[in-house]
Design a protein around this ligand. Structure first.
Ligand SMILES: NC(=O)C1=CN([C@@H]2O[C@H](COP(=O)(O)OP(=O)(O)OC[C@H]3O[C@@H](n4cnc5c(N)ncnc54)[C@H](O)[C@@H]3O)[C@@H](O)[C@H]2O)C=CC1
Ligand SMILES: O=C(CO)COP(=O)(O)O
Length: 337
């Protein structure tokens, strides 16, 4: 059994901390928010972010960041992406050479276009940084519903070590060397899920949802492969798998925010109503910049950007997508054998 520090006590940090506790590990959860730490310690439930999921006495909660780092065998970084760099900076003085940090947040830094693992490696160069991603809503992991994820790491040893730490009869973990592909799939699918939510909010149907998922993964893979990610990650759990669950699930924060926007709320009103991080909002501008930098077409993501940040109506955005020039579905398929 290992000692694990979990940084960030939102819905995902809390659900993963519980999973690790159930696997018999000694778990310490850090939150920046003293009131959240006291509430978790007292109530043994995160009533606003993971209601109905009881947290055992064996889980420890702290406001002191070094308690979740010093002497831990590995750390799980679960703060929303806008706080990843700042949290990594705070962690850095306490992290030992080669200590493992597995990032579970999904985002891209807009100002630098860096992935989260790149930011963490920049702030904590002595750490062994890995990622965990896949179709995995906290609400279902908290209730022990069968779930699959992928650990991406620089070495097979680290990937297999973390696989063992997380895996159990309801949480199956695969390994992969493609950290970049995993992270790009995880962050860009949130933007497409906003679009899927907008379509739901406008009252569109399953045909529209299927189109967004299929053409959405085409956009994500087009950019991701050009950036160096592997096609297998985009056709696997961390790509199409995560995109399907986020576009379809009642638990998705991104889909919910999109739904509210489709119903007429502003982006800010939708984010306030969801009350948990809506990562797609932060990733949209970064995605548009990446599309420009790598010269790839990302029409759905461009329209989400226009709706969120340029005041375009959602209905107008859909019409524009539908009336783009007619195209062939697979541009590299020849007409003759
Ligand atoms: N909730 C889910 O089902 C899943 C979430 N994720 C990803 O995990 C990340 C976290 O998501 P959630 O837990 O859902 O978010 P959340 O909104 O539930 O969590 C927010 C938590 O972050 C921490 N926090 C708030 N302000 C902070 C600050 N300034 N500095 C450091 N920590 C701060 C607090 O502990 C707070 O409770 C996101 O990137 C999300 O995309 C990934 C898979 C599943
Ligand atoms: O990444 C997730 C599920 O795999 C969570 O997505 P939401 O943030 O949209 O809830």
């Amino acid at each position: 059994m290992a000692k694990a520090g979990v940084l960030g006590a939102g819905s995902w940090g809390t659900a993963l901390a519980l999973l690790l506790d159930k696997n018999g590990h000694d778990v310490t959860v850090w939150s920046i928010d003293q009131a959240e730490v006291e509430m978790l310690d007292r109530e043994r439930e995160h009533k606003s972010k993971l209601p109905g999921v009881k947290l055992p006495q064996t889980m420890k909660f702290t406001n002191e960041i070094q308690e979740a780092i010093t002497d831990q065998d590995f750390m799980v970084l679960a703060v929303p992406s806008p706080f990843t760099r700042a949290t990594a900076k705070k962690m850095a003085p306490f992290v030992k050479e080669g200590q493992k940090i597995v990032n579970v947040a999904k985002g891209i830094e807009e100002s630098t276009l860096m992935t989260l693992s790149e930011q963490i490696e920049q702030e904590i160069p002595q750490a062994d940084v890995a990622v965990l991603s896949g179709p995995s809503h906290a609400e279902e992991v908290g209730r022990c519903l069968p779930t699959t994820c992928v650990v991406g790491a620089r070495t097979k040893e680290t990937a297999e070590y973390l696989q063992k730490m997380f895996m159990n009869e309801v949480f199956r973990v695969y390994t992969s060397p493609d950290i970049l592909g995993i992270e790009l799939g995880g962050s860009l699918k949130n933007v497409i899920a906003l679009a899927a939510g907008i379509a739901d909010g406008l009252g569109y149907g399953d045909n529209t949802k299927a189109a967004l998922i299929t053409r959405g993964i085409a956009e994500i893979a087009r950019l991701g492969v050009k950036m160096g990610g592997k096609i297998e990650s985009f056709t696997g759990l961390t790509g199409i798998g995560d995109l399907i669950v986020t576009c379809a699930s009642v638990h998705s924060r991104n889909r919910k925010a999109g739904y509210l926007i489709g119903q007429g709320r502003t982006m800010q009103q939708a984010m306030d109503e969801v009350q948990m991080v809506v990562e797609g909002v932060y990733s949209t501008k970064a995605a548009v910049k990446l599309a420009q930098k790598y010269e790839v077409q990302m029409p759905i993501i461009e329209q989400v950007n226009a709706v969120l940040f340029e005041g375009k109506s959602a209905a107008e955005a859909v019409k524009e997508l539908m009336l783009r020039d007619g195209k062939t579905e697979h541009s590299d398929l020849p007409w003759e054998a």
